[in-house]
Design a protein around this ligand. Structure first.
Ligand code: COA
Length: 673
């Protein structure tokens, strides 16, 4: 069940396609949120929201119309989407009205008997082909679907709050269900902007094992003379909101009592809920981001215990094949709000420290899972990419949906390691690089890594060189690499794509070199490579580099940057595979020869959207582009770019631009020059 034929869900051809009519049962909190997500992302969908209470339906209607207003105001929703959400939904008390639906999504209270009762009623109305999924955070499919007449159409789809914006959805198949359903659901979610994570059909699946036990351990810590505020404050090193803060927001105490009681019954008394959960309704604690001073000995106690339970659950999930390491790592970040996934934390802390924490934890909490192999063995997987085999090609999918697939050195190293491993394998004809989901191929270099380089030209230039190792390797390859551009390709993302031996894009994909809007220059090839590969379009590239002008797929095709345009993700991958077949005989290296780029037209320090840009950084760019064009080897020309990136990282404009991005405001270059 866990191992899917394709890791990237969009590679496969869907058997059913998008649903046309969905019924959501339950108008509490999550039902309306799921309804809003489905209606805003699936064109032509009609949705029926069913509940037993008129009042709940009224509240759901208000909630959804509030989302529409907010979405329009923040430009997250188009007018078209808003109309769909408003007009394609029926709020009803009448179960009979779901008869024509092709998917029934149950989102009622977490209660086995209630869910079974609902399914009985639902099955008496719908056709045997209609898909049934349940939104539950902990109840296994084998329990809630046990009485279904047609079990093969059922699976779990566990959404995370807020379900319209949290991208994570756990998808759980089970032994009674048709296994292809899991892939069908993964495809639907992935094609609509969600990130499906596959988990085994066990109590609490994958992520609630982490979350519930993290919170439960926080409860036990209160017996050790620490306060909820102290626990949340120490936890803020690892999560955006501490366990007690989240329990307050989610009214989560009863959930911990229920699920940990279940887990104790199945797996042992060490999982019993901390007794304090039965006597407290709201915790006196901090808001997200708030911290207080915590005495060092208390801090160490809290830290060890929280990390102990996190690592113990992590190894248990892997040892029992409840989920894959990369889904667990990603899920902890995007669904549960961890700043780093558990494996990255382990990696950063080092195995000696992780062993110490787990040893202390096993003494304090006997019975809790301990690792079954060395910690290093748990860390050996690709964290940022997925790798698939299709028709003799390796498809490498960049998967960092929480940062629009932004690149950093570790991700580059992972891509490079796949290429190096298979480039001499006669069964592999070539490589396809693509991005996860339908929005982004790659939003460029990870801006989060830049602040530490500001003011240090050598370090910044060296970072560029290191990030270029992958690109330099591609330059020298004899096996083709095709960029399958599934969405926006910005900055370093475009620089990576342009080094591939061929580029194919989705119709709606677009390209931009927005570095100048951050007060820096593009450091890994954009001031060099496009001029050598497509010299006839030099003016257009000046506009892109210096003014951050965007380029559409159609424009890119016209000037020869793209070799093809596709209408769907599936077509994109197929076209890329075809391209690998033809490319093998016509691979061309990027020219070492100096290139004539002509006189650069005077360019105003103003972005395409009219914002003022940094004159100082534009001057660095103009000189680097001209200088690199004259170099007699590609290597020397690229070096000009690395050094120019280092120089730009020392400007006041870079400091302003990068801070502004992180503070989500417009940069003001009038103050920096
Ligand atoms: N590096 C790191 N994180 C990035 C990123 C990058 N290059 N591009 C996007 N992200 C992150 C955002 O910070 C945000 O994270 P958050 O939700 O934790 O705040 C998340 O990805 C989604 O992006 P967001 O900006 O909220 O989406 P949007 O639809 O409002 O805007 C873009 C999309 C692409 C226009 C915008 O993200 C952007 O300008 N990104 C930077 C592009 C860039 O300058 N690239 C070159 C880098 S050298």
């Amino acid at each position: 069940m866990l191992k899917r034929e394709h890791q990237n869900p969009l590679i496969q051809t869907p058997s059913r396609g998008f649903p046309k009519a969905v019924a959501v049962i339950g108008a509490g909190t999550i039902g309306p949120d799921i309804s809003y997500y489905l209606l805003s992302t699936i064109p032509g969908l009609s949705l029926t929201l069913v509940d037993l209470s008129e009042e709940s339906l009224e509240r759901a209607k208000e909630r959804i119309s509030g989302y529409v207003k907010k979405g329009l105001k923040r430009k997250k929703l188009t007018q078209n989407q808003a109309e769909r959400v408003t007009h394609n939904i029926t709020y009803t008390l009448d179960y009979e009205s779901i008869s024509g639906c092709d998917w029934v999504l149950e989102a009622a209270t977490e209660n086995v008997d209630l869910k079974r009762k609902i399914f009985k009623q639902v099955e008496s109305i719908i056709s045997p082909q209609t898909l049934i999924t349940s939104n539950t955070s902990s109840l296994p499919a084998s329990l809630i679907f046990a009485d279904l007449q047609y079990k093969q159409r059922s699976a779990i789809t566990h959404f995370f709050a807020p379900a319209f914006s949290n991208p994570a959805v756990e998808v759980v198949g089970w032994e009674g269900g048709d296994d292809t359903l899991v892939d069908q659901l993964r495809w639907i979610f992935s094609a609509t902007g969600k990130v499906p994570l596959v988990a085994a059909d066990v109590l609490c699946f994958m992520l609630d094992r982490i979350f519930d036990n993290w919170c439960n351990e926080a409860g036990y810590l209160l017996d050790q003379g620490v306060t909820a505020q102290e626990v949340d404050s120490v936890a803020s090193e690892f999560v955006f909101a501490g366990p007690f803060c989240v329990l307050n927001i989610a009214n989560g105490n009863p959930i911990i009592i229920e699920t940990n009681t279940f887990q104790a019954q199945e797996e042992g008394n060490h999982y019993l809920p901390a007794p304090i959960f039965s006597s407290v309704s709201k915790w006196n604690t901090l808001l997200p981001g708030e911290t207080i001073d915590v005495d060092v000995s208390k801090r160490d106690l809290i830290r060890d215990r929280l990390l102990g339970v996190l690592f113990s659950q992590t190894v248990d999930i892997i040892d029992n094949e409840i989920a894959s390491s990369n889904d667990l790592e990603l899920g902890c970040r995007i669904a549960l709000g961890f700043k780093k996934g558990p494996f990255e934390l382990m990696q950063d802390m080092g195995t000696t420290e992780v062993d110490r924490i787990l040893t202390v934890f096993s003494v304090d909490r006997p019975g809790m899972p301990v690792p079954k192999k060395s910690i290093n063995d748990y860390l050996n997987f690709y964290r940022h990419i997925l790798v698939d085999d299709l028709k003799g090609c390796k498809i490498i999918t960049i998967r960092r949906p929480d940062a629009l697939n932004a690149l950093h050195d570790q991700m580059n190293d992972e891509i490079l390691s796949v290429i190096e491993r298979f480039e001499n394998d006669p069964d592999v004809r070539g490589f396809i690089l693509t991005g996860y989901g339908t929005r982004a191929f790659c939003a460029g270099a990870d801006i989060g890594r830049f602040p530490s380089m500001l003011g240090n030209s050598d370090e910044a230039a060296q970072y560029s060189r290191e990030c270029s190792r992958l690109l330099r390797h591609i330059d020298g390859m004899s096996k083709p690499v095709v960029a399958a551009i599934n969405g926006l390709a910005l900055g370093g993302g475009f620089e990576l794509a342009m080094r591939c031996h061929s580029l194919i894009a989705l119709k709606e994909a677009w390209f931009q070199l927005p570095e100048i809007t951050l007060g820096i220059v593009p450091g890994i090839g954009a001031m060099v490579v496009p001029y050598r590969k497509w010299p006839h379009a030099a003016d257009l590239f000046h506009g892109m580099v210096i003014n951050a002008q965007k380029m559409s797929s159609e424009e890119a095709l016209k000037i020869g940057v793209l070799d093809g345009i596709a209408d769907s993700y599936h077509e994109l991958i197929e076209a890329s595979i075809d391209r690998i077949n033809t490319l093998s005989s016509e691979m061309k290296a990027i020219s070492d020869q100096p290139v004539e780029i002509g006189e650069m037209p005077p360019i105003k320090p103003q972005s395409a959207s009219g914002d003022l840009l940094s004159k100082e950084v534009i001057a660095i760019m103009e000189s680097a582009i001209a200088d690199a064009a004259q170099k007699t080897t590609l290597e020397e020309a690229l070096e000009v770019g690395y050094i120019a990136f280092g120089a730009s990282a020392c400007t006041a404009a870079a400091r302003e631009g990068i801070c502004a991005f992180q503070e989500r405001r417009r940069p003001d270059y009038s103050l920096t020059g």
